[in-house]
Design a protein around this ligand. Structure first.
Ligand SMILES: NC(=O)NCCC(=O)O
Ligand SMILES: [Zn+2]
Length: 502
């Protein structure tokens, strides 16, 4: 939208570590017509020498052509990319039509990659925006009015239909509404009934579980504009707890930050027209604490599910588990020692992000990171930040994620990738064998009772207990064999045993 977010790779990853996140996956966003590879290299250059923690990349697809298909293949084979984001909104800029979406999903399937979608109906938003502006509604509240829940739910439904037709997996980013989450849950349930597992996944955000659009509080233009992101924060105050319950029940799998921060003066680009307010809010620093506070502290999510939805599930989906998302021999020493009794009040005055506003301002959180280790290095030491610029590495993410593609055989594309000379810092063979992102662990793991876990076919289950960590994901520790099915007993699940936990 013509604005550059204020958090660069240094500020962003420093803030991530401060909040207890040890790896990020950023979005490469090529402009329409720009080469995907050029944009990818631009992002790598921006990140190198700046990143304080490891990072991976997804690549946006703003248009469809044979050349785009060729570049997608090159990115998968030689550049450590296994996921592409398509937009169903932002008409005229990033939006793809259904044929283009179909083709991109198909290309992803052929390459063993994961199609990700921003699900909102861009045509409806475009028309609603015109109508609202014409009727004199030009303030930030117009943003939400132009894209109601059903506009998001319709797009989720369409994206799921398209992926079913193509037979591809699908990852829906930033699900923000009850209706949209319900549609996704319906498709997942159907797939699980039919095939024993689902290959459609849903992410929600720290923003959507941490706050909502409260007209009574967002009375000034600055406050309201600072809360503008897409899909929008919903005015239904039950949305956060609803989405948290969806995370608890594995109807949603991950929590992202979608960190896209713009200062108040940048938000002013939309002073006379809400559709010009740069979209995006903070989240990278506060994600873990907000989810702990609203999820675990509130009694909706247990600590092991917290690890799964903030870390392990993302690692599995994006095929870097158990290199990341797991604490075990051979995994990266990305470890968070979490103090559930620690307290912290969120404020823009004290946060480490570059942005001058925090949408969680004043929220008192009970869980805080005490130590954060990145690759074995202590980067947060009893709450004191000790980061090093450029310390982080690019983490290539191999195609054909076992947890997405259900153990499909390693394809030619991946074999070719492994045999290729490419510009990744770490050996992809190591990456594949040790497969995975951010590891998180709670300081009280020692209180867990040792117990075997049984793979029921629908996810690990503690004997006599409901599933505490991974639900439909298996959590086998046998990561040395990437094509091995994990229908075995496991004694040491990632995130620690959790029996008798709280
Ligand atoms: N959530 C949000 O508004 N982020 C900025 C760009 C996007 O829509 O993904
Ligand atoms: Zn988006």
């Amino acid at each position: 939208m013509g604005a550059v977010s204020v958090d660069d790779f240094y500020q962003g990853t420093k803030a991530a570590i401060a909040g207890g996140t040890t790896m990020i996956i950023d979005f490469v966003l090529p402009s329409k017509g720009e080469s995907l590879l050029d944009a990818y290299h631009k992002w790598r250059t921006r990140a190198t020498n700046k990143v304080c923690c490891d990072y991976g990349l997804h690549v946006g697809i703003p248009s469809w052509s044979d050349e785009v298909r060729r570049e997608m293949e090159d990115l998968c084979k030689s550049h450590g990319i296994n996921s592409f984001k398509m937009f169903m909104a932002y008409k005229g800029v990033f939006m793809l039509n259904d044929s283009d979406l179909y083709n991109t999903f198909e290309a992803c399937k052929e390459l063993g990659a994961i199609p990700m979608v921003h699900a909102e109906n861009g045509d409806i938003i475009f028309e609603n925006t015109k109508r609202l502006l014409k009727s004199g509604i030009n303030g930030p509240d117009g943003h939400g009015l132009s894209r109601p829940e059903e506009v998001e739910a319709e797009a989720v439904n369409r994206a799921c239909t398209l992926s079913n037709q193509v037979g591809s997996p699908l990852y829906i980013v930033h699900i923000m509404s009850k209706q949209a989450a319900e549609v996704l849950a319906k498709y997942r349930t159907k797939q699980i009934k039919q095939n024993g597992s689902a290959k459609i996944f849903g992410e929600t955000l720290a923003a959507s579980v941490g706050t909502h659009w409260d007209d009574k509080k967002l009375t000034s233009w600055t406050d309201a504009a600072a809360h503008v992101l897409s899909p929008p924060l919903r005015s239904d105050p039950n949305t956060p707890s609803f989405l948290l319950n969806m995370l608890a029940s594995d109807n949603l799998q991950t929590t992202g930050s979608d960190n896209a921060t713009f200062n108040s003066n940048q938000k002013c680009m939309g002073k006379d027209d809400f559709s010009k307010i740069p979209n995006g809010v903070n989240g990278i620093e506060d994600r873990m604490s907000v989810i702990w506070e609203k999820g675990v502290e509130a009694g909706i999510i247990d600590p092991c599910r917290f690890v799964a939805i903030t870390s392990t599930n993302a690692a599995k989906i994006f095929n870097i588990y158990p290199k990341k998302g797991c604490i075990d021999v051979g995994s990266d020493a990305d470890i968070v020692i979490w103090n559930p009794k620690g307290k912290h009040t969120i404020s823009a005055k004290t946060h480490h992000q570059a942005v001058d506003y925090n949408i969680f301002e004043g929220m008192e959180c009970h869980g805080v990171p005490e130590y954060v280790l990145v690759g074995g290095r202590v980067c947060l030491d009893e709450g004191n930040l000790k980061v090093v610029q450029g310390y982080g590495k690019f983490i290539p993410m191999p195609t054909h994620s076992e947890f997405v593609y259900n153990n499909e055989k390693v394809s030619e594309v991946q074999e070719e990738y492994e045999n290729n000379d490419h510009d990744n810092e770490i050996d992809i063979k190591t990456s594949k064998l040790q497969i995975s992102p951010p590891s998180s662990i709670i300081s009280d793991v020692s209180t867990c009772t040792k117990s075997s876990m049984i793979h029921t076919g629908k996810g690990m289950r503690m004997e006599g207990q409901r599933d505490l960590q991974s639900s439909s994901f298996s959590i086998s520790s046998e990561f040395n064999d990437p094509v091995k099915k994990s229908s075995i007993r496991v004694k040491n699940p990632p995130g620690g045993q959790s029996m008798g936990f709280w």
